[in-house]
Design a protein around this ligand. Sequence first.
Ligand SMILES: Nc1ncnc2c1ncn2[C@@H]1O[C@H](COP(=O)(O)OP(=O)(O)OP(=O)(O)O)[C@@H](O)[C@H]1O
Ligand SMILES: Nc1ncnc2c1ncn2[C@@H]1O[C@H](COP(=O)(O)OP(=O)(O)OP(=O)(O)O)[C@@H](O)[C@H]1O
Ligand SMILES: [Mg+2]
Ligand SMILES: [Mg+2]
Lengths: 254, 254
Amino acid sequence: GPHVIVFANEKGGTGKSTSAVHVAVALASQGYRVAGIDLDPRQRTFYRYLENRDATAQRRGIDLPTPAYEVFTGDTLGELEQMVERMSDGADYLIADTPGRDDRFARHMATLANTLVTPMNDSFVDFDLVGQVDPDTFKVKKLSFYAELIWEARKARAKSDGVTIDWVLMRNRLQHIEARNMRRVGAALTELAKRVGFRVLPGLGERVVYRELFPSGLTLLDKGMLGELGVSHIAARQELREMVAGLQLPRPRA
Amino acid sequence: GPHVIVFANEKGGTGKSTSAVHVAVALASQGYRVAGIDLDPRQRTFYRYLENRDATAQRRGIDLPTPAYEVFTGDTLGELEQMVERMSDGADYLIADTPGRDDRFARHMATLANTLVTPMNDSFVDFDLVGQVDPDTFKVKKLSFYAELIWEARKARAKSDGVTIDWVLMRNRLQHIEARNMRRVGAALTELAKRVGFRVLPGLGERVVYRELFPSGLTLLDKGMLGELGVSHIAARQELREMVAGLQLPRPRA
Ligand SMILES: Nc1ncnc2c1ncn2[C@@H]1O[C@H](COP(=O)(O)OP(=O)(O)OP(=O)(O)O)[C@@H](O)[C@H]1O
Ligand SMILES: Nc1ncnc2c1ncn2[C@@H]1O[C@H](COP(=O)(O)OP(=O)(O)OP(=O)(O)O)[C@@H](O)[C@H]1O
Ligand SMILES: [Mg+2]
Ligand SMILES: [Mg+2]
């Protein structure tokens, strides 16, 4: 079956959908067969971005590397398993974008992951769901509920079929000008990583190109399509390439 | 009763809690009696920020202007009404922070608002929940579900007691360096504002000071308490002052 990549964080607005879309399009652009499931039937950001992409391809009469994609609107775990099975057929990678809330389909999807990506703003507000820190030393003094939730999910998976889920905590919307805060959050993440079993990835910086192309469904990878937006995105493309490489995905022959 | 300010946006991570905390502390610092209710029993960011603030006041043996605050953990609308009534007693302002998901308590709280603040990232990803735009002109071509939800809530409120809820769409995490995207989102918001009945407020810029003080519960308004963080926050304080002023709140005698 495909390598399953799930984007999960109960905290809202941490970049799950943005990361999921860019990883999916990056892999499709590299020639792999990519399928995506959007588990947020209401907001459906992942689905909407790719729907806009298809509309642009049609409107301009061009081909754009695009994953197969659907939104899950079912009511039962059985229905989710059916969609996962169907979308997995012939896919090298299955990508799942999940909602920013406590959701039983999101929790189930996390247990099906090979790679579980938890994007996070560089912020102790976001960090608070994984660990609480001392206000003076910024050391982690207490584990929080979301770290425990994922820890339990990984334990259950290892017990059921021996597979260890690669849990990647991906820092998002990084701004190097915020050096002190970035250093503190980084130190807390490094400390917690060992205790709780995730690894930390630098991820995407705060860049308008990761969001201003949503209405057209284009991405910074679509060189030549961007018209006035085709400003040099060399640094951003390198950043996205490094992020995908950092996910350490197995590479099936394309 | 108090003037009720509700922070609501079904989209996650748009700055509801960050704005709610800073407005609450700003009003408390001005000498008003402020009460706050956190409607997110799991994440409880608003509650956690103020809990950290109380802990800092205690630890340092100082007084910090702080609202009364509780988190709602009930199961019924009746219980929510009871908490609202209890917290409203003696308060000039009642502030409610609500979760970034479709939540019946959040929906009910919105109908109780005098001022309903919907913070939003400067992003068509966030905008997509209020309106869909044309990828070439960026004009609003279709209303989205969240705009309709709030429109219906305001209509129901006006019908029930004649009160018009002041719906404020507050742009958050603004970065003037993103001029073109900012202009496009601004134009779409201005267009939609007339059709749907909200007004647009510039809100807070992207500043690390709005999040790096979460573990101590301090804010940029706590001059003299910030030690090494007491770098000149004059521009940020002015920005927060203008945001609060922009809410056009009635001012009871303090
Ligand atoms: N690296 C980035 N640079 C610039 N903007 C970003 C970046 N990542 C995310 N954003 C913006 O931040 C906001 C939140 O991102 P996104 O919607 O991807 O998060 P999410 O975790 O999927 O949210 P939700 O919990 O609501 O599903 C959006 O407005 C998005 O455009
Ligand atoms: N103006 C700002 N400047 C810098 N960082 C900000 C600003 N506003 C919000 N943030 C950060 O953005 C993230 C989301 O903000 P916040 O938690 O307040 O949003 P929310 O709408 O309450 O989220 P949720 O839907 O999960 O309740 C947090 O990491 C917060 O610290
Ligand atoms: Mg999303
Ligand atoms: Mg919040």
